[in-house]
Design a protein around this ligand. Sequence first.
Ligand SMILES: *Cc1c(COP(=O)(O)O)cnc(C)c1O
Length: 359
Amino acid sequence: MARVYNFSAGPSMMPESVLKKAAAEMLDYAGSGQSVMEMSHRSKIYGTIIEGCEAVLRELLGVPDNYKVMFLQGGASTQFAMVPLNFMKTGKADYIVTGQWAKKAYQEAGKYGDAKAAASSADKTFTYIPKVTPDIIRQDADYVHVCYNNTIYGTHYNTLPDVGNVPLIADMSSCIMSEAVDVTKFAAIYAGAQKNIGPAGLVVAIVREDMLGEVREGTPTMLDYRIHADNGSMYNTPPAYSIYICKLILEWIRDEIGGLDKMNELNKYKSGMFYDYLDNSNMFSGTVVKEDRSLMNIPFVTGNEELDKKFVKAAEAAGFVNLKGHRTVGGMRASIYNAMPVEGVEKLIDFMKDFEKNN
Ligand SMILES: *Cc1c(COP(=O)(O)O)cnc(C)c1O
């Protein structure tokens, strides 16, 4: 069986060693005589999994003690509602609109209060990150929401947005664990797992304790961070198997890669190679301004729709799958998350060089 190089924006590739470990432990986890999927989430042995997962996450990201880590469900999209339900205390929040996910978060918040698009890069099809300075932010807003890495458009905040004293909340779904971040600069961080840290559905939320006050009246129990924080993500049955896979992936980053700085070096190496090729190609070019380029998602075009289609088809046949750009932007996109091996990128570049020669 040949595994393909999957350049999908998500769900995406997982480290092969993780998949093998999960396979080896499928029928009998650590001598328990059962699969992780079958065991009680309240059992002692499962306790070691969820607590272990949180411990590695805290260790890798340097999460301070005054932050809660929660393992939730419903994907990152559920967070678009949880954030305003929990944090829009006075009813006012600012959003930086840098793409489709940022826009969805902004629109969802509008259901609950006065959500303002403080800045947007829609004027240039989201190919850059707008400058964020305190003067464009309502300083009495409850929070500012940013999408730290824009999965569809391939932009990333390469410098921290400066929002003054307003709590900063970030959707890091497509860049979590790809680089070290200073958690103390954020009031809350959330990430759907399916790009860098696990199966779809699981969401990690990291919330500073002082943010966990009163929630909006009528907030469903399951959407109240305090409930999950107070119950160690065990208010109800957590996505137990997904948390187990998340733990294995985080351990892979720690033990096989060597931590987030090493992970980031590797990501810079892989994406650097790809951007260099695009910058020197006569056929392919990147679509994003250089200073805001993402290490994870790289959109590119030939400038000819027919040729784009031909390329995607030929790539697929050669084992490079899911290179088609998002349905709203067209062209191509190579998502090269943490688990994409270096040779996957090298081989794709070789394939593109050949394609360029023959077309
Ligand atoms: C994928 C993604 C989402 C949506 O995640 P779901 O788990 O499908 O809800 C939200 N934000 C960003 C930045 C994403 O990349």
